[in-house]
Write a protein that binds this ligand. Structure first.
Ligand code: SAM
Length: 284
């Protein structure tokens, strides 16, 4: 019997293909198509609407960089908001910060949380039971435009701007983020693999710039987000937040007592250095 294959449908005319040794779960939820399968190299893999979301083998890179860069740059984050993040990887990393007193997570699809708890247990690693968590099942754009809560760090761990994730890349969402961010706060967001999705850098920069004093990007190479480095959007009214020295970041990192497999203070600081073509895309 020929092997079952999963071929990603994110890009036109080019795709990564995974052998599916076992399909653990597949459903069309109220919002999107969800499949979780086993692959001999990547371990358990989850895809939404034909797009790879996360794999057991390389998830640490993305989750560490999307969490520790904003929280350690901020330096005294007490309240954190996660938009999306249904697999629980970001939540796991956020709850490692003892200084964080409250985490609100707004995820549109309860099925993703339920299935990832069951089939990707190491992603959340029990973080969904953390007493600091307030889990809200809602569209992130509704939440940020209506909540009366304020946050020090907001992390948008969304799908690509396809389907339910589309609204999380548009101005109404960004305006909502701005209204619920505390002074000195910082917003970061999954902003696509820039070599393949350069228009996301241009669009995010154009839409965030009227709202924040400092809009930039940082990056990390995540193997299963194919096509080169993934960029993360960065927006804050405090331009100093991304210009701190390695020494300051290292001091905070060591004080946190957090063990990482990708993140280092040097990578934190260096990840804001962008290739010339990315700088050009920002201003296109
Ligand atoms: N790390 C992945 C990536 O970079 O592609 C994203 C991981 S996580 C699975 C993405 C989550 O965003 C999913 O759980 C999805 O249900 C959620 N999501 C999509 N649109 C959303 C919206 N408008 N509001 C809240 N959550 C949303």
């Amino acid at each position: 019997m020929s092997a079952m294959l999963f071929s990603e449908t994110l890009h036109e005319g080019w795709a990564q293909t995974f052998r599916m040794d076992e399909v653990l779960f597949e459903v069309r939820t109220e919002h999107q198509h969800l499949v979780i399968f086993r692959n001999p190299f990547w371990g358990t893999v989850m895809a939404l609407d034909g797009i790879i979301q996360t794999t057991e083998r390389d998830e640490f890179i993305y989750h560490e960089m999307m969490t520790h860069v904003p929280i350690l740059a901020h330096g005294s984050a007490r309240k954190v908001l996660i938009i999306g993040g249904g697999d629980g990887g970001i939540l796991r990393e956020v709850t490692k910060h003892a200084g964080v007193e409250a985490v609100t997570q707004v995820e549109i699809d309860e099925k993703v949380v339920e299935m990832c708890k069951q089939y990707l247990p190491n992603h959340s690693a029990g973080a969904f039971d953390d007493p600091r968590l307030n889990l809200v099942i809602d569209d992130g754009v509704n939440f940020v435009r209506t909540t009366d809560e304020k946050f020090d760090v907001i992390i948008s761990d969304s799908t690509d701007p396809v389907g339910p994730g589309e609204v999380l890349f548009e101005s109404p969402f960004y305006e909502g983020v701005k209204r619920c961010l505390n002074p000195g706060g910082v917003f970061v967001a999954q902003n696509g693999v820039v070599f393949m999705q350069g228009e996301e850098v241009t669009n995010s920069h154009r839409r965030l710039s009227p709202l924040f004093a400092d809009v930039h990007f940082y990056h990390a190479a995540v193997p299963t987000y194919v096509g080169g480095s993934m960029t993360f959007a960065w927006a804050t009214d405090n331009p100093e937040l991304r210009r701190q020295s390695v020494e300051v970041i290292r001091e905070r990192f060591e004080a946190s007592g957090i063990e990482t497999r990708y993140y280092t203070p040097e990578l934190h600081v260096g990840s804001f250095a962008l290739p010339k073509y990315v700088q050009d895309l920002m201003l296109a």
